[in-house]
Structures are given as structure tokens and as C-alpha cells.
Write a protein that binds this ligand. Sequence first.
Ligand code: GLU
Length: 552
Amino acid sequence: MIEVRKAINMRELAEIIFKDVTKSVQDYIEQYPDRNLDETQIVSRYAPSPTGFQHIGGIFAALVAQRIATQSGGVCFLRIEDTDQKREVDGAISDTIDTMHKYGIDFNEGMVDDVTSKGNYGPYKQSERKQIYHAFAKELVAKGLAYPCFATPEELDELRQQQVEQKITPGYYGKFAVYRNLSEQEAIQKIQQNIPYIIRLKSNGNPDKRVNFHDLIKGDISFPENNQDIVIIKGDGLPTYHFAHAVDDALMHTTHVTRGEEWLSSLPIHIQLFDMLGFKRPEFAHIPTIMKLEGNSKRKLSKRKDAESAVTYYEEQGYPVICVIEYLLNIINSSYEQWREQNSDCYKFNIELDKMSKSGALFDIVKLEDVSKEIISKMSADEMYDLYTKWAKQYDPQMYDLVTQNEKGIKMFFGIDKGTAKPRKDFAKWSDVKDKIVYLFDEFFDTEQENALANEKEIEILTKYIKVYNHNFANQEEWFNHLKDFAIGIGYCANRKEYKNNKDAYKGMVSDVATVIRVALTHRTNTPDLFVIMQILGEKKVKERLKKFATS
Ligand code: GLU
């Protein structure tokens, strides 16, 4: 009899708290039926908060979620977790979608811009799901599994202080959770007196017992059960992350929750929520945090301290999107590199969660540069030209103008050594290009500080070379043979050994002559194929530069 009375009281309390709730839990369960997928098909999601900052870790997490779903023929959706409205930034959702799209990550379902979505399991923005959360919270209150808590911030502070002083686990739990045992009548009275409250879970966990689970990345893990009466609905009526994600992932039929490892320690709460709500637990995979090496120690890539934490950094620097993705795939599974040697489309790589690093994922710009150089070295000259000019148009308009006015020459330059066994690996990003090609343009070349004035030997080489200079050789070999003959003719040696044994008989080596010409034409001792550079410059400019250097 008492129990029946109690149940009636709990239902009444739930009705009073959630008087605006019109649909039942059952209604929602029916509204979002099982997906028409078999059990090998994964449903995953990327669930960012719209803070307006795209962290490279976001691409990393989204890539993992999207890959595991796509490679299983499943579904990956985009859910916006905007229950912390203080952190929200206008336009952040579209920005997330555009950024992900640029990196080849598209979602089958979910938000498609700031306000619209596609798919049958929406709304996909948590702020629009308040009614749903309330229906589930109401059910918990009605079952005595959640309760209104009227503790003021001051009371909570005081409690915390006492707990810290007594060196006991801080929080709202057990005997400290005073409103947990308020009778329904007392609670209703307080609500009627308009005393503010939040809704807490009535935890049934015992920290002396352990909860064991298998994380798809971290492996077997065991934690004490949660006994904290965590908040599920805040004072503003919005749910906490814990509660919202459990309701969402259950109704959206997420099979795999992939998310940052900062959530790992909350997992006992989440498992408890799934259980108390009567939901099937999804699989969890906690993705390692992106770390960076500083000195000898690793630390989290920080939004404040590290420019490379922002996705925009890679765009501004001009790392081709594909290079960043391939680099991230390398971090996800170290077997990627080997796979890539036999395959070309990185989006076909099947990632394996259990092969991911269990500790932090080390982000290393030097390694990114290596990956990137490798990929750019394999691009065709046309592809490089297209990507470079697209980048330069936005980030270096002066270079854009110069390069587009010299399309043929720049393509020749980008084409140097292409298709050979050892293509040049000069560029890791488009902002590297300028420094390597500026000398092709008088605008820069003429204003460059020359290292030293030409000495007598150099003047002799250049004045004589101008006289015999022939611009019409068919290839590098013919041109070089001519240069060699010229050098020998004016007293230079073509054979290193011979030169070493007989230094006084020569003015130097043929390579010294080539270097003088290279420096005169480019102001650099090291450049790609000089023959091609001369072709790009054209006969007139070559002669002008040789002359100018000889008379400098
Ligand atoms: N909104 C959470 C975050 O941005 C996502 C966690 C999750 O994927 O469940 O960290």
C-alpha cells in the first residue's frame, strides 16, 4: 500500500516538474525505430560543441567516426551539442560543416547548415531536443531514479569545503545528498514556492564495486561505480552533456561512440545512465588526445599556445588537405604508411580502432612535412600549379599575379624531375614555394641583396660564357656537354681525381664554372635543374643576368 502511494507521489512530482511534456518516452522510442542496418554496419557520430574554433583534434575525431561508419557501409551523422549556450558562436555550425567538407569528411545525416538538417532521427541540435530530454527525465523522476535538488550554490560550496577539509571525496552523493531523501510532498511544496532547482540522478552506484568495460581503443578498463548524484537537467532546463548524449545516442541508434579520451573518466556515469534509462549500451572508443613534444615531455596541443592546433593554420600555411588527412591517418594507424605504398586513395584505407595508440597521439609537424613533401612530389606539375594558385590567390596575391602571368614557366619549374625515380621533395606546403621560385621573377631578383661582388675569376667565366651562350639546346645533357667543353676550353678540369693530383694546371673544376653561372642567374648555389631554369627565364633574361653579374 505504502509503495503504491509512493509511486503515485513520484508520478505527481514528475508531472509537476515537467508539466509541459506532452509526449511519453514510449512515443519517442516509437518515433525513432531501429535503423534498417545489419549488425556489422556501424552508426557513429561527430558531436562537436559550436564554439567556433576548429581544432585539428576535431578533424581527427571526425575522421575516425566517419571512417569506421563508411568502411562498414553504415551511417555517420553530425550532431551539434549546444547545451552550453554561453560557449556558442554564430555561424559555427556551418563553419564546422565547411571545414569537414574541405577535408573530405561529409556526413550522411544531421545538420547541413546552421539551421537545417537531414535524416529521420533529428532534431540534430541538442538545444532543439529539450522536450525529448524532459520526457526521459520525467520518466526517471516518476520511477524515483531522479529528483529535484534545491541546493543553492552557497550550500554546495560549503559542502565541498567541508569535504575537502575532511579529506573525503567531494561531490553530491550518499549522505551528503540531502535533497535526495526529500519526500515528494516536500519537493512539491518547494516547487510551488518557486524555489529554484535542478534535476539530479539518484545514483544507485557503489564505489566499492567496480564497473568493467571494453573500450575499442583503450582495451579492458575497470573503474569504481559512480555514486555521485550527477545533474541531468540544469537550472536553465537544458540537459548536461552526460544525460543528453545518452538519450541522443540511444534514440539515434548510435552503435559506436567515438570521442575524445577526456570523457573516459566519465564513462562509469554514462554506462550507469544507459542502464538506468533502460537503453542498450553502445560501444565506446576513446580517441587519444593530440599531444605535442616540448623538450622531452609531451603535452596537449593547446588552443592558446600552439598555432598548429587550429585547422585554419594548415590552410594559411598551404598544406594540401590531402596531406593533413594522410598524416592524421598515419597517427590513427601506423600501418597506414605501408598500406599507402600499394594504394593511392587514402579514403579507401580501413582504420582499425584496436590498433590505435592507447596513450597520446603525438602530433609532429616535421613528420607532417615529410608526408606532405612525399605527396606533393608525386603530384603532376599541373596539379601543383592549380593548388598553388588557388592558395596564392587568397594568401599571397602578389605571387598569384606573377605566377599566373608565367603559367608555362612555373609549370616547367614544378615539372622538374617529375616522373623520375627520385622526384624532388622541395615543397611541404604552398608557402614554401615563394622562397624557392622568387628568383625567376625580376621583381624579386633585382632587389635581392647579392652576397658578394663577382671576383676576377667569375667575371672572366661570365664574360666568356655570354659570348658562347646558346639558348637552343634540346635538353639538359646537350647543354651541359657544351658548358663542360666551354669550361675545359678556358682552363677548368672535368675530372675530380685529375684535378686533385694536378691542381696547379687548372683554374678549378667544371662544377665551379657551373656554380658561377647558377649564382649569376639565381643568386643561389643550390637550385633545381639549371637548364630548365634558363628555359623559363628565356634567352634575353639569361644574357642580361649574366652580364649584370659580370659587371657588378
Ligand atoms: N560535445 C562533446 C565535445 O565536444 C562531444 C563528445 C561526444 O562526442 O560525445 O567534446
